[in-house]
Ligand binder design. Structure first.
Ligand SMILES: *Cc1c(COP(=O)(O)O)cnc(C)c1O
Length: 388
């Protein structure tokens, strides 16, 4: 790790995570519960340290996307309830029970499979019922064509042995968008959620926890949360709504300038010769490429921040390296650190240029990039996910 450390690394600012947590708590109001979404290794930030921090701060719940991610947290000693948001093969029932994972139930066949396996194992699986109110992904469909059939199916699920039905939830498709059409759609999703849970309540089928609000709804529709918020991206201080709450990016992706070279006009740079120097040029070589998660789509588009200002990426991003133009930054030299993404060079802007979302860029920061965790301004641990 020492050699990769001096190459390219991600600094994870747990103080920024704490700052964001407190700002979000304020947004949520005093009586709400906080479920922190730490799937996909906390969107590339490192799920164990992120979860430890959230647990210490007082979050009530965590969520991941598969059984292995949940088990990682349990193996690290995290004791908070963990909701598993994704599809899970019912043959994982023993792992779910042994690790006290809360499983989402997205259909009646899935519920029957989990119920049967739990009974066989002599256990009781804690579950949250997933309602599909308009995302058209997992869940019991709540549109008018399917409403009554779903109501009956959920009622049958309540009667199954081996399941402890704790919660119910749904997921919004456009809660982070502000057009009238998107606002109408989010309201419709919320109304479908209320209609289904209301009809179940009328039959005496109760839920102890309900939750709807992803990051977009946490910012724009806190009144739809139903008692527990479920933010992901915004906890990490990124996404286009993070600024509105004064949140701070948790990840800073850094690298060093490994070499500086001078070239005559007309020299071309990198594969495909997509950049041609128009003047005598100073070019820096960075030990970061698409295998580290710097998307090749950002070739000739993105920039890094040096101590003297921004330097544009020139030529195609290679697997392990890329080049920057330092002609206008004569004081920048070999060995200097640069910020690839972070508080001074927002991953949101990079995402826009790469025609994607910030989620994808932080998730893409690869396993060969060590994560270095900072708390109270000091390094507390480091992690490299390569084998051996
Ligand atoms: C990923 C996910 C979230 C978090 O979404 P953000 O946009 O990151 O806040 C919430 N709920 C479900 C079901 C998810 O899959």
């Amino acid at each position: 790790m020492e050699s990769t450390l001096k190459r390219t690394w991600a600094e994870i600012d747990l103080d920024a995570l704490a700052h964001n947590y407190h700002a979000l708590r304020k947004q949520m109001g005093p009586d709400s519960r906080f479920l922190g979404v730490v799937k996909a290794d906390a969107y590339g930030h490192g799920s164990i340290e992120a979860s430890r921090t959230l647990e210490a701060l007082g979050a009530e719940y965590l969520a991941v996307s598969n059984v292995e991610e949940a088990r990682e947290l349990r193996d690290a000693g995290i004791t908070l309830p963990v909701l598993q948001l994704g599809l899970t093969p019912p043959d994982q029932t023993n792992v779910i029970l042994d690790n006290q994972i809360t499983q989402n139930v997205w259909s009646e066949p899935a519920a029957r499979a989990f119920s049967g396996a739990a009974v066989q194992a002599g256990g009781r699986m804690k579950v949250h019922i997933k309602l599909d109110t308009g995302m058209s992904r997992l869940g019991f469909q709540c549109d008018p064509d399917h409403f009554d059939a779903s109501l009956e199916a959920i009622a049958r699920v309540f009667a199954l042995p081996g399941l402890d039905i704790e919660g119910v939830f749904t997921h919004f498709a456009v809660s982070d968008e502000s057009s009238d059409a998107s606002r109408d759609y989010t309201l419709m999703q919320y109304e479908r959620f209320q209609a289904m849970t209301g009809r179940l309540e009328e039959r005496g089928l109760h839920f102890r926890i309900r939750h709807c609000a992803n990051s977009g709804a946490t910012v724009s529709y806190p009144q739809f949360a139903c008692g527990m918020f479920r933010p992901g991206i915004i906890m990490y201080g990124i996404g286009h709504q993070a600024d509105s709450l004064g949140l701070r990016p948790v990840m800073t992706l850094k690298t060093v300038i490994g070499a500086v070279k001078e070239y005559a006009p007309d020299t071309t740079v990198s594969y495909g010769r997509t950049f041609r120097a128009e003047r005598p040029s100073r070019v820096g070589v960075l030990p970061i490429g698409y295998a580290d998660g710097l998307h090749r789509m950002l070739s000739n588009k993105w920039r890094v921040r040096t101590s003297e200002g921004f330097a544009p990426l020139i030529g195609r991003i290679c697997m392990d390296m890329c080049m920057i133009d330092l002609t206008d930054l004569p004081d920048v030299k070999e060995g200097d650190e640069v910020e690839v993404y972070g508080p001074h060079n927002s991953v949101n802007d990079a995402a826009r240029l790469a025609e994607t979302i910030s989620y994808e860029l932080t998730c893409a920061v690869s396993k060969r990039v060590p994560r270095i965790y900072y708390q109270n301004g000091k390094e507390i641990s480091r992690e490299l996910l390569l084998r051996g």
